[in-house]
Design a protein around this ligand. Sequence first.
Ligand code: YSA
Length: 338
Amino acid sequence: MTISTLNQIELIIENSLTELTVIDDLETLENWRIKYLGRSGTLTQLLRSVSELPLEQRKIVGAAANSAKNELEGKLLQRREDIQSNDLKSNNSDSIDITLPGRRGPIGHFHPSTLVIREISSIFSQMGFQVVDGPEVEWDRYNFEMLNIPKDHPARDMFDTFWLDINREVDGAFTTLLRTHTSPMQARVMETTSPPIRVIIPGKCYRYEATDATHESQFHQIEGLAVDKGITFANLKHTLFEFARQMFGPETRVRFRCDYFPFVEPGVDMSIEWNGKWLEILGAGMVHPNVLRAVGYDPSIYSGFAFGMGPERIAMLKYGINDIRHFLQSDIRFLRQF
Ligand code: YSA
């Protein structure tokens, strides 16, 4: 019994190793493992039968069978590694070619408001305007008073304001707010700079108003300001006309109409002709003498023009967006289109 069992073990080793040398894929290798080392595998069965042998034989056969098992398991591991490393090197379609360049992960892109702000800023930069930044939390003084809108002026109703409950005056009056427009930066720039001035100021604004397809409570504006000796309304018209030509195309028609803003005199709004309709895109005018005086400029020496436009409204025209509320909803299906 012992001799024949030992022969059987040797035969299993010989046959299994002969088969193993020609195996070159993982599936056949797994079948080989099941055949010899699996639950009902030849060597496993034989190992099980060892327990039925008399003690003396059990020791010898058991040792031989265990050593055979270790040998086959070692060869199995080695073969598996060889096959896997061959797969990596080979070029066949279900394997990995490590020489191929890596795949690029998805990268983000600019929000449509940012795209339009950058385009507008670049047009004005080429005309010699500097881009300046300013605070979104603003004093009443800059947002209103220095712009010729004293307390109780009816024009304050034009700007529905988010007041901030900090730094109240002794009588309880609010002094700080979320800026309702970028115009306070006119006063800030003039207060700290001497003419000639040519700046644009892009930034966020806030208004306490109900939202609809063309109104958001948070939106952007781009303010423009030019101050020097001898600046006239003709300079304002030319600058804005040139802007419209570059932004909307060389054939674009523009229209100026009278409008009222306390910080300009005269004041206008500008519309462009778009798909057969006149669409208002900005407010503008000649800087009011009271505003020049408030920052210490002499209006008999200096004059200037200013304008303020809404980039979201311009993006709506350019890209055919029908509702301004899409801009802040973070819907990836909307954002992916730009
Ligand atoms: C006027 C004369 C100047 O010399 C300088 C600036 C101005 C503009 C002025 N400060 C102002 O805010 N005018 S405005 O209330 O008519 O807004 C200007 C633009 O901001 C609008 O044409 C519109 O494009 C945008 N806007 C205003 N409220 C908005 C808005 N965009 C989205 N949602 C809102 N709620």
